[in-house]
Design a protein. Structure first.
Length: 76
């Protein structure tokens, strides 16, 4: 991030697992979770957004960039 002069609040991680969420959180980065058949019942309470499909990511990411943080399809 430093190489590109980005701040954590300028970034968002896209993950599909509890471990990925934990890594993003440990790095101080917000994380969008995309559910899968293997992770659907996991605890993603620390996620910024929980999405049902990878197809939602572009639209949600654009809204996130515009400052509209509550745009996910499922509460985290």
């Amino acid at each position: 991030m430093a190489r590109h002069d980005l701040r954590p609040e300028d970034c968002i991680v896209v993950e599909d697992s509890e471990r990925g969420l934990a890594a993003a959180t440990a790095a101080g980065l917000p994380c969008m979770i995309v559910l899968s058949d293997w992770s659907r019942d996991a605890d993603f309470s620390g996620a910024a957004q929980v999405l049902e499909s990878i197809r939602e990511v572009p639209g949600v990411a654009l809204k996130w960039a515009d400052g509209k943080r509550d745009v996910g399809s499922r509460d985290a």
